[in-house]
Design a protein around this ligand. Structure first.
Ligand code: CA
Ligand code: CA
Length: 415
């Protein structure tokens, strides 16, 4: 007798629904939705989709899925999909789910609003607001904490809280796509300096290669827009915009305030440094009016790749500062490859660059072209705030694009 066993590949993918009007005692259908993403996770298998209906989900401390040592994992997503069968957590159609964590204030714990240790997951269209810090010493909270691999974080918006937008210190091959992090400032810890609140932080471990930020924006975060200090593998930033970081929304000065902090190891001892030191890639990005440096090598021990980036009105537009292998001795930047970058509107167009020790071609700061305001289609930074396109892509803008009559060949434009 032949026995046919239905292989998992033939099992049909399930759809579950979560709604503000739902109940976790429901079946999770569109008519009888769950109330919580946490409950939905209990049911999902690889290939399934959780649709999250629009509206505001007012999270409570009683919703915290797990308290462990110094952390409160509020929504804890530890189940994984697999290659070709992601688990999706998607906003339903064009609806906008907003998760408001302003009432989640567990004493002495760091809040990880979405704590993601699963892999092969896809998040899309979720907004997170009001994430709190309760600790007055050194600490940080996080909107999306990624510990997994092969995840996609798409069209997420993390704002008006005290937490980092997305923070990834584990995992490989994650894609952070078309996300926004803005107005984030921790007024509670370390005397309200806000020094840990980056828009996006990616600090991968050894074997954590292939992490990419694409189409993301960061503005008015109290520390940096994008930060990959302490990375043991290369991180790529492309088509991302960082502006007004290190400032409050009324331009009070806050903490570090770099647009792209691409490198460096702080005070890490030499024996704990990665070998080899990774080269980060920053391309087709925009840095405008960040308090400190727009594009910053941050004492990196070696060079990075900087292609087709545009900077204006940062404290320093391109700051290529490097450090010797002792991770102590700061030196002008070496080993960088800088091509087709545009720098305008700062008293420091490029700093800390030992030109002979780098490859620099077709950058505005090493060309004969003298840029003036009339060379640009627009210098209106507010264009950077325009709404995204329906598919989540960045808005089409003319900010820092050159007029036709200016020598376009000297240094090309970000897309
Ligand atoms: Ca800092
Ligand atoms: Ca930072």
């Amino acid at each position: 007798m032949m026995v046919f066993v239905l292989s998992p590949a033939f099992a049909s993918a399930m759809e579950y629904y979560v709604a503000t009007s739902g109940s976790d005692a429901n079946a999770g259908t569109i008519e009888q939705p769950f109330a919580s993403v946490q409950r939905a996770q209990d049911s999902v298998e690889p290939g399934d989709t959780v649709f999250i209906r629009g509206g505001t989900y007012r999270m409570q401390e009683s919703d915290i899925a797990r308290r462990e040592r110094i952390w409160a994992h509020a929504i804890r997503l530890n189940r994984s999909g697999r290659n070709g069968e992601r688990i999706n957590y998607w906003a339903y159609e064009n609806e906008q789910p907003v998760f408001d964590f302003s009432a989640v204030k567990p004493p002495h714990l760091r809040v990880h609003a979405f704590s993601v240790s699963g892999s092969w997951l896809h998040f899309r269209g979720i907004e997170v607001v009001g994430v709190q810090v309760t600790i007055s010493g050194h600490t940080q909270s996080i909107c999306f904490a990624n510990d997994g691999s092969h995840n996609i974080y798409e069209q997420l918006s993390m704002h008006d809280g005290m937490a980092i937008g997305i923070y990834s210190v584990k995992g490989a091959d994650n894609l952070f796509l078309n996300c926004d992090a803005f107005n984030n400032y921790d007024s509670v810890s370390e005397n309200g300096r806000g020094g840990n609140v980056d828009g996006f932080g990616c600090h991968p471990p050894r074997d954590g290669s292939g992490n990419i930020f694409r189409g993301c924006r960061a503005w008015f975060n109290s520390d940096d827009g994008f930060d990959c200090i302490n990375a043991h593998e290369s991180v790529t930033f492309e088509n991302c915009w960082a502006f007004w970081n290190g400032y409050s929304p009324d331009f009070k000065r806050r903490a570090d305030g770099n647009g792209f902090k691409a490198g460096g190891y702080g005070s890490t001892s030499v024996r704990r440094l990665p070998n080899p030191i990774p080269r980060h890639v920053v391309q087709y990005c925009v840095a405008a009016r960040n308090k400190n440096s727009g594009f910053y090598a941050n004492h990196h021990i070696g060079g990075c790749d900087w292609f087709y980036n545009s900077a204006s009105r940062n404290g320093t537009n391109f700051n290529m500062l490097c450090r010797l292998a002792d991770n102590v001795t700061d030196v002008p930047g070496y080993g960088h490859v800088l091509r087709n970058n545009l720098s305008f509107g700062s008293r420091r167009l490029v700093n800390n660059l030992a030109v002979a020790e780098n490859v620099t071609t077709n950058n505005s700061f090493d060309s004969d072209v003298q840029l003036s305001e009339s060379d640009f289609q627009s210098l209106g930074e507010n264009q950077l705030l325009r709404p995204r396109q329906p598919n989540g892509d960045l808005p089409a803008i003319t900010f820092l694009h050159l007029v036709q009559s200016t020598d376009q060949g000297a240094f090309a434009q970000y897309k």
